[in-house]
Design a binder for this molecule. Structure first.
Ligand code: URP
Ligand code: ZN
Ligand code: ZN
Length: 451
């Protein structure tokens, strides 16, 4: 069936204009001042509404060990939150796994996705071996061109500089995207021990054990290795002025570098880690929440193009789980917070309504740039020939965020009680209305694997 969206204000990354949109067989076929519906066309009237390209969240943690959302609940939450494609951070390899077995297993796990999806594959220090680089060739043939490395979490995910150099060199030859979590793991591990030994166990010490300089040092090192290996690097969850400056400097000298930040770093700050009754645990993530002055730099980074993407880094960890053991030792609090369902509206509200960024900047970082960087050529803008992935937003409605009403399977949201001016009314994925008047109407398993 064809679908026509009439009378809306189309917002792309470079322009906004009033026009009708027709989607035929899942693809945008016409954009013009007035499209007359034919007999079997379905019509949505978007008068006084904004029509955006479907959001892309390239940093979710669905079906990760110990996390509540799987691909079904996670992608439903994403869909009602305006997301029509995700790229998931799959768990790292089990020791005996090959990269290919790992990929096939995650393809099975993702079968229930309700929106389009792809993967990032973690290569950790412990799983790195002499076959890893050869396997990257095979992975590329399967359509995966994104790998993720960590410079923190020693003994679990961390790669050393030598491993990073070898992996990035190969990645450069294969045109992969190398995503990196950049914090100096050795310094963090040592300062965590020092704080705990001195009885400094509260959640705020999570932040004090990972100061901006620790993020900036690792960011600079990662960018240097990307430069010498001629590879494309994407620094995930950049949080602070110091790390952002390293990205700026690297970009200026021609490094193929991109920076991502996440909604939480733009709107929440370190003071949340001092909340009483262990509420602070809800806000423990790595790198940690920073200062208001860092938020100003991050908004500027979006405006001047240093930051290309705002993701959710959605980690569905229940508050009850965060409490276990964490009250006596902050390093036992699992890292990460939920956000896939809230990212679009929270960024729209605090970004666009509060005049920190323009509507077009907003589209750029939630849809257009993620599509460009990760090669999702059918996604990222409302143009003829692209997939019919759209989000319709009523800027005059208000919504109060509450975890009780959410699809994500977490017992809290960091944005509880926040009043948003604007609400998503419809989400269309490849020409199919999967959210109608805020309600999920899609089918389980309808998502396509994106190559
Ligand atoms: O804390 C966050 N952001 N996620 C959990 C895993 C990680 O990347 O540190
Ligand atoms: Zn991370
Ligand atoms: Zn993450």
């Amino acid at each position: 069936m064809n679908i026509i969206i009439k009378n809306g204000m189309i917002v792309n990354a470079r322009e906004s204009f009033k026009a009708d949109i027709k989607i035929e067989d899942g693809i945008i076929s016409t954009i013009s001042n007035e499209i007359k519906p034919e007999r079997h066309d379905s019509v949505i009237d978007a008068k006084d509404r904004l029509v955006f390209p479907g959001a892309i969240d390239p940093h979710t943690h669905f079906s990760n060990k110990g996390f509540k959302d799987d691909f079904e609940s996670g992608t439903k939450a994403a869909a009602v939150g305006g997301v029509t494609s995700i790229i998931n951070m799959n768990d790292g390899l089990e020791k005996k796994d090959t990269l290919i077995e790992h990929f096939d297993r995650w393809k099975d796990k993702a079968y229930s996705s309700v929106i389009d999806y792809s993967f990032h594959t973690i290569i950790s220090g412990p799983s790195y071996n002499e076959n890893t680089l050869n396997e990257l060739d095979i992975l590329a043939k399967k359509g995966i061109k994104n790998i993720k490395l960590f410079t923190a979490y020693k003994g679990d995910k961390m790669v050393n500089d030598r491993e990073m150099y070898k992996i990035m060199k190969k990645a450069g030859e294969l045109n992969f995207n190398v995503l990196v979590h950049a914090e100096n793991g050795d310094i963090i591990d040592e300062s965590v021990l020092e704080f705990i030994d001195n009885g400094k166990v509260d959640a705020i010490y999570h932040s004090y054990s990972r100061p901006p300089i620790v993020e900036a040092e690792a960011t600079e090192r990662v960018l240097a290795i990307a430069e010498v290996t001629n590879s494309k690097v994407y620094v995930v969850h950049v949080t602070c002025k110091e790390a952002l400056e390293q990205v700026e400097k690297a970009k200026r000298r021609g490094v193929n570098a991109y920076a991502e930040t996440c909604t939480q770093y733009l709107v929440l700050d370190e003071s949340y880690l001092k909340l009483p009754k262990f509420e602070s645990a809800k806000y423990v993530c790595s790198p940690p929440l920073r200062q208001k002055s860092d938020q100003i730099k991050l908004w500027e980074g979006i405006k001047n193009g240093t930051i290309s993407v705002v993701s959710s880094d959605h980690c569905a960890i229940n508050f009850t789980n965060k409490k276990k053991g964490g009250e006596e030792n902050f390093s036992k609090i699992p890292n990460g917070m939920p956000g896939v369902e809230d990212r679009f509206l929270v960024l729209y509200h605090f970004g666009v309504n509060n005049k920190n960024i323009s509507l077009n900047d907003f589209v750029n970082v939630v849809s257009t740039k993620p599509a460009e960087i990760f090669g999702l050529n059918q996604k990222g803008s409302i143009s003829v020939g692209k997939d019919g992935d759209l989000v319709i937003l009523d800027p005059n409605r208000t919504k109060i965020i509450s975890s009780k009403k959410q699809f994500q399977q977490v017992d809290y949201t960091p944005y509880e009680g926040v009043e948003i001016k604007g609400d998503i009314t419809n989400v269309i994925s490849r020409g199919e209305e999967i959210v109608s008047d805020g309600k999920f109407t899609g089918e389980i398993g309808r998502g396509n694997f994106l190559i």
